[in-house]
Design a protein around this ligand. Structure first.
Ligand code: MN
Length: 257
C-alpha cells in the first residue's frame, strides 16, 4: 500500500490547469492509494464553508469521489485555506488534521506541517498568522456577508503577493534552526512540509543521526507528489499531460507561498 502527499495546489478558477490535473490525479493515482495527505493550500482562497462558488464545489465533489472509493483523505490548513471547517469535511469526506501532526509511515515516524510556521525569519508574516489563526478573529470574519469576505480575501491575496515580491528569498524559506527545534521536540528523523514551493529532499544530521526534510512542490506549472510505501519514498514531478496542459499565456503565476 502507498501513502501520497501533496500540498500547495492553490486551486482557483483563474488557473484551471492545476485543478484539472488534480482531479485526474484523484481519479487515477490517488484512487489506488491507502491514504492521501494534502498538507495545506489546497485552495488559493477559502472564505468559509458556506461559499457556493462552483469551481471549489467541483473540487470538493472530486474529493468526495475519492472518499467513496475508500481512500482516506486528510487535509491540513495552509496559509491560504485556514478557514476550511467541518462543512468542508461533510462535503468531501476528507478529515481536517492538526498542524503539526506526527504519523507512523510504515514504521517511520514523520512530522507533517504546512511549513509556514517554520519561516520564522518572516516576522511580518508571523504576526499576521497569529491574528488570522485566532479563533475569535475567525468567528468575527465568518459572520461577515459572503461577498465582503470574498473581497477581503482578494485584497489579502494581493497584499501577500506584494509581500512575497518584496521579501528576500532566504527569509521566505524554512528556517534551519526552527526545523531542527521542531524535529528534536517531536523526536522524529523525518519532516514533510510544503509552503515554500521549493521541492527537495534535504539531508541533515540531528544528534548524530541522519535525518531528512522533504519539501513538496507547488502545482502552478506541474504537479508534485511524495509517494511512500514500505520500501521507501519518492518525491515526484508530475508533468502536465496534453489533456490538462495550461492554455498558453497562463503560466505567469509563479511561486506564491
Ligand atoms: Mn502556503
Amino acid at each position: 500500500m502507498t501513502t501520497l502527499f501533496v500540498s500547495d495546489l492553490h486551486l482557483d478558477a483563474g488557473e484551471p490547469a492545476a485543478g484539472a490535473q488534480f482531479v485526474e490525479f484523484l481519479r487515477e493515482r490517488a484512487a489506488g492509494a491507502e491514504a492521501l495527505y494534502i498538507l495545506g493550500d489546497l485552495f488559493e482562497t477559502w472564505v468559509g464553508d458556506d461559499d457556493d462558488e462552483p469551481y471549489r464545489q467541483g473540487i470538493c465533489q472530486a474529493l468526495a469521489g475519492l472518499a467513496r472509493r475508500g481512500v482516506a483523505c486528510y487535509v491540513m490548513h495552509g496559509n491560504r485555506d485556514f478557514l476550511l471547517q467541518s462543512g468542508f469535511e461533510r462535503r468531501t469526506g476528507a478529515r481536517l488534521i492538526a498542524d503539526p501532526l506526527i504519523i507512523d509511515l510504515y514504521g517511520e515516524a514523520a512530522l507533517l506541517t504546512h511549513g509556514d510556521a517554520l519561516c520564522t525569519a518572516d516576522r511580518p508574516y508571523q504576526r499576521l498568522r497569529a491574528v488570522v489563526r485566532d479563533p475569535h478573529w475567525q468567528r468575527r470574519f465568518l459572520r461577515l456577508p459572503l461577498r465582503l469576505r470574498r473581497g477581503l480575501a482578494e485584497q489579502a491575496r494581493r497584499g501577500s503577493q506584494r509581500h512575497t515580491q518584496r521579501t528576500a528569498s532566504p527569509i521566505m524559506d524554512a528556517d534551519e534552526a526552527a526545523v531542527r527545534t521542531a524535529m528534536r521536540a517531536c523526536g522524529v528523523r523525518t519532516l514533510i512540509h510544503g509552503h515554500t514551493h521549493r521541492p527537495a529532499v534535504h539531508a541533515l544530521e540531528l544528534e548524530g543521526a541522519r535525518a531528512r526534510r522533504i519539501v513538496l512542490g507547488a502545482w502552478h506549472d506541474q504537479g508534485s507528489c511524495l509517494s511512500w510505501d514500505a520500501a521507501g519514498f519518492r518525491l515526484e514531478e508530475l508533468p502536465r499531460t496534453a489533456a490538462t496542459a495550461a492554455p498558453s499565456g497562463s503560466a505567469a503565476a509563479g511561486p506564491r507561498p
